[in-house]
Design a protein around this ligand. Sequence first.
Ligand code: SF4
Length: 496
Amino acid sequence: MHNQQFVESNDELVNFGSPGVQGSKADKLVEACGVFGIFGEECQDVTRLTYYALYALQHRGQEAAGIAVADGQGIKVHKGPGLVSDVFDRQIIASLKGKIAIGHVLYAKEGKTPSMNAEPLLCNYLHGSLAIAHNGCFTNAKELKSKLAGKGSVFQAGIDSELLANLLAHYNGQGIVGALQKAMQEIIGSYALVIMTDRELIGVRDPYGNRPLCIGKLGDAYLLSSESCAFEVLGAELVRDVEPGEIVLINEKGLHSFHCDNHVERALCVFEFIYFARPDSDIDRINVMEARRAMGRQLAKEKPVDVDLVIPVPDSGIAGGLGYAEGINCVFEMGLIKNRYIARTFIRPEQSEREIGVRLKLNPVTKLVKGKKVGIVDDSIVRGTTSKKIVQMLRNSGAKEVHMLITSPPVIAPCYYGIDTSERNQLIAGQKSLEEIREYIGADSLSYLSLEGLFHALGQRGGFCAACLNDQYPIDIPSDRKEEAKEEKKCRAQQD
Ligand code: SF4
């Protein structure tokens, strides 16, 4: 394989690839957003419950947060850049009264302003007000936008929710469900939407089921959430997942289910299980913690190594590390300690203080690793910069051997469905062979889980999108990226 195209970056000083330290240059794939909704009763403080739920979903986006509430007179929204704790205080929450609320946490891609793109998006249509919160990406957004602009629509925010609002306005003679069904025929891409009118809460999942969305119940109140961990936090129960292509409408008469006409193969994002989702969430009836542990056990079956102890990269490698240690019957130790108090205001270390910068974020327990053969487990390698640092750190602490164990297949292609991936030329496995990656990160050995092994660990053979792992895109990608993707694929085939 050729490796001249691989673009290294030294941004890992600060972006150590954990949720909470995001940025398009983080050495991880980065989830785009989290959504939540509640149709409550008069006695329930829906804003406060939404606020707590957004805290539980904070790992899905840290650039902006917002809540919209319907009080019977109209919809009020409060949103802004920053963490949920930066955007809301007691007074703001107390000022947002009502019995329907939706919330959103945002990860803004590079070049997008969090304050401009913060959601929920509030708009007026023929029958009143509407607020929309979206997770995902419309891959035909460009085409939809020019079509709607040709019909007189004006766009300000440049986000997919604005496109949807215009589509709904276009079909507003059909009622909200009819308009959504029409819009779903036109939209291509991934989406989990939580929408509210003055009287209803609506949840929509794309026909591929690419983005997760589930339904919960708290007393008589219905809840919608990107992940079920938000229900657990509120003491609510998980009822079920919204089905691919399903629209659920919740009003005073209860929950009503509708479907769109698009019949396509299910393609749930497999990376939810590898890295994005919280381990205490269940997605499409699979528990994330159990899935990650099973991936570790499967890797142990496929690639057992002779080590004295297994260490996870915190926090993303913990569940997989436990599984791997079980699989090879080896000691599991928290041999790397993560500093949880590095905030956004952290003063970036000077180039000369590189080592300090790295160790401030993650530091090995020298007593545990000195003189040992160490198996270090992480969920994925994206650019390799983090893995390289970790291996070096363990060697500096006296580890005799360092074996890198990855509980997912190599990330070889970018995601076009709303996940912030590096460009293809920054994905180390898209550019280098296994041996070249091992050499680059400086490990004694490097092992990845196979794609078949990943599906086996998930207990299902199909129904997943794994495009970033197998370069096969189940949903049409944006037209302006097609040529580039074709060229890159050709290049890759020649290299292989
Ligand atoms: S390409 Fe598919 S599996 Fe990979 S991150 Fe995107 S949606 Fe998830």
